[in-house]
Design a protein around this ligand. Structure first.
Ligand code: SF4
Ligand code: SF4
Length: 291
């Protein structure tokens, strides 16, 4: 053994210079504790005084407060949120709290919007549960054992790419779950798209989609991939993936942590239940899986 190998020293930590490296068990087991603090805003209506300060502080207009006072309507779109927690910090009544919840992926865009208050609206989409169940069963039958993903950067800042590449690191090791990243769309079952889809990437994205054999899955990743994120309504972007491609699952975050990506992928495969419905998060910590 080389004398330069710190692992050869008697006092070296087990497993080499970086200590024992253990691959996580998520999504079959619990996720890692959150390292940089809770950042998912949760709204508790009974405490809300409708001051509107959260909406003013939000850098991406993810929050809308209509009216003022107790009768105000509060709306938060997790598809626009960049999880900066500025709204939590400015809320004078503690109605907005920060949660460590990251299992936010949904199949329908509408489910990322929470609305509280007098103007609360019913769901705006028809839910054909039988058809949805059939589609899920088909996806699980086709891709449940192994999923080949082609990642497409459609104008991202590369923040999402860092988290996506972490999936292949030993800590998350997506290969253990049968999730592989492939170089060619012709070898792919799924496209994982990051970025707001800028005008220069639109055609490339469409061509990549056409080159991917059917049936296929499309994952829209991050605030950018869902809504355009910080770049929304710029003349140079298409405000996310959905205006260009049919999206199977939306994965919020800015960027989504690796476990959030794994959750979204497993949700697309029908291996986990969707936790967020009409923007409402269950209060329990991670994991209400179909395990
Ligand atoms: S955490 Fe989300 S909703 Fe709150 S201010 Fe930041 S972007 Fe806006
Ligand atoms: S969602 Fe956030 S991290 Fe991902 S590409 Fe957009 S700005 Fe960057």
């Amino acid at each position: 053994m080389s004398t330069h190998d710190p692992g050869s020293r008697p006092d070296a930590p087990a497993g080499g210079p970086f200590g024992t490296l253990v691959t996580g068990t998520y999504p079959e087991g619990p996720a890692d504790p959150v390292g940089r603090g809770a950042r998912t805003p949760l709204h508790q209506s009974p405490r809300c005084e409708g001051t509107g300060e959260c909406a003013l502080a939000c850098p991406t207009q993810a929050i809308e407060v209509t009216g003022r006072g107790k009768g105000a309507t509060f709306q938060l779109d997790y598809g626009r949120c960049v999880f900066c927690r500025a709204c939590v910090d400015v809320c004078p009544t503690g109605a907005l709290i920060a949660s460590a919840d990251f299992e936010l992926s949904v199949r329908r865009r509408e489910d990322l919007v929470v609305r509280h208050g007098a103007g609360r609206a019913p769901p705006t989409y028809p839910v054909d549960q039988r058809k949805e169940a059939e589609t899920q069963a088909r996806i699980q039958r086709l891709f449940g054992g192994s999923l080949a993903i082609r990642e497409v950067d459609a104008g991202s800042c590369n923040g999402c790419e860092v988290e996506v590449s972490a999936l292949t690191w030993p800590r998350f090791d997506s290969e253990r779950l049968g999730i592989h990243f492939v170089a060619s769309p012709r070898h792919a079952d799924a496209l994982l798209v990051t970025g707001p889809v800028n005008v220069n990437m639109r055609l490339a994205l469409e061509k990549t989609f056409r080159a991917t054999p059917s049936p296929k899955i499309v994952l829209a990743v991050g605030a950018c991939g869902i809504s355009g994120g910080p770049f929304r309504d710029s003349a140079e972007v298409r405000n996310g993936v959905a205006p260009t491609l049919p999206v199977t699952v939306f994965i919020p975050g800015c960027p989504p942590r690796p476990e959030a990506l794994l959750y979204g992928i497993w949700l697309a495969l029908g291996k986990l239940e969707q936790r967020v419905v009409q923007g409402e998060l269950p209060t329990a910590a991670s994991g209400t899986p179909k395990r």
